[in-house]
Design a binder for this molecule. Structure first.
Ligand SMILES: [Zn+2]
Length: 282
């Protein structure tokens, strides 16, 4: 009996050694899609030939790797304001450390020049202070680390024609404004807005620029936001399911007519929402 046990243990050790050797021979590989992103793009990073768990960083931004069959994938956001250049990508698996780089290339976004009456452009000191406070409140949301809630593909929150694209640079009365960091969907007042994925309602607020606003936290640094709403149907802290009606389209805040402005942040990076809903995610 004792002999059999020893043989079994020896066999087990041999087979473990065999497995370890197989893992070592696999060449670690990092694949970026797209391989040369531009500012505002979303990149899927796929790591193969390593043993998990896998951790990663892009600059100071944490990457969240999800295990798949033979690989690990992470969603990386390249902020709209990123200067073209080469950026370090640091990936650490339990058995290997892989240093890689991401080349961010130039991406041309359209420019729109507008001349507007002064009173439409200049804010009163009160409104400026309010807008500033609200901007700080929103900016404090992105660094929070939360568990993954999203599951599978992100869906379109509101079908419709895109009236203002992501990244449009506006020059109003000769002054360059912040680029458009979301998309405007042409829609009628009262039309439904759907949650693009599972998430937690992290902000419901009435803000100077964005009017009635909702921000959803989908976990792992992915947030979606919806502005100028006529009616909000959710409360802060509430869990939503993919496809739930969260609000109605409106024209609240600084808006000239009913439309849905929606935006996406990935680890704080402003990215094109239309790219998020095109991703094929597990
Ligand atoms: Zn907009």
């Amino acid at each position: 009996m004792k002999k059999i046990k020893i043989v079994l243990i020896a066999l087990a050790i041999l087979s473990m050694g065999g497995l370890a050797a197989a893992a070592e021979t696999a060449t670690p590989n990092v694949l970026l899609n797209p391989d040369k992103p531009g500012p505002g793009d979303i990149v899927i990073i796929t790591v193969t030939g390593v043993t998990g768990p896998v951790e990663g960083k892009f600059g100071d931004k944490k990457l969240y790797f999800i295990p798949a069959k033979d690989s690990f994938t992470a969603v990386l956001g390249v902020d709209l304001f990123t200067e073209p250049g080469t950026y370090m990508l640091h990936i650490a698996a339990s058995d290997k450390v892989l240093s890689n780089s991401v080349t961010v290339v130039q991406k041309k976004y359209p420019v729109q020049r507008l001349t507007l009456p002064k009173d439409m452009v200049e804010l009163s000191p009160e409104n400026e202070a309010r807008a500033d406070r609200e901007q700080k409140k929103v900016a404090a949301i992105w660094p929070n680390e939360t568990e993954r809630i999203w599951n599978g593909n992100f869906i379109n929150p509101r079908e419709g024609e895109i009236s203002t694209r992501f990244g449009l640079r506006r020059i109003i009365n000769g002054i360059t404004k912040n680029p458009h960091s979301g998309v405007d969907v042409a829609a009628d007042e009262g039309q439904e807005v759907y949650a693009p994925n599972y998430g937690t309602v992290t902000l419901v607020d009435d803000q100077f620029f964005s009017g009635n606003s909702v921000i959803l936290d989908h976990g792992q640094g992915i947030y979606t936001m919806f502005f100028h709403l006529s009616k909000v149907l959710v409360k802060e802290g509430q869990q939503v399911k993919k496809g739930d009606v969260i609000a109605h389209v409106g024209s609240t805040g600084r808006s000239t007519g009913a439309h849905l402005h929606w935006g996406v942040r990935v680890q704080g990076a402003r990215v094109d929402p239309l790219l998020l809903i095109k991703l094929k995610l597990e």
